[in-house]
Design a protein. Structure first.
Length: 121
């Protein structure tokens, strides 16, 4: 595994731990269990799909797992934005998670574009 790829996997793993930790904290102070559950599912799905990609049976399958990870990251951005805009006391806590989610989504999108270009060559 390339160093950059390994660092990206580590970053996504740390991000997933931060999402799990945040959801635990949020569940203790929020009445919105549905949003907490959705955030937990979509946030952890990013890492799960990246791990699944490593075991893909083809390049097409590999790209497909990255697409699913990107969709999960985009869904996570939605849940975090909803929390930011409805749970005002959470605004400062959500901001770095939302920023990291956006950066990870950008990395995934760029990776997908690169992989698709390489497939066409």
């Amino acid at each position: 595994m390339k160093k950059v790829q390994f660092e990206t996997y580590q970053r996504i793993y740390r991000y997933t731990i931060a999402i799990v930790t945040y959801v635990k904290e949020l569940a203790a102070v929020s009445h919105s269990n549905v949003i907490c559950n959705q955030l937990l599912r979509s946030g952890t799905s990013v890492a799960a799909n990246i791990i699944e990609a490593r075991a893909a049976s083809s390049k097409k399958d590999y790209i497909n797992f990255f697409n699913h990870a990107l969709k999960s990251a985009n869904e996570t951005k939605l849940w975090l934005a909803i929390i930011r805009d409805t749970e005002h006391q959470q605004r400062d806590r959500v901001k770095p998670l939302l920023q990291e989610t956006t950066e990870i989504a950008n990395i995934l999108a760029a990776s997908i574009l690169t992989m698709k270009k390489k497939r066409q060559l």
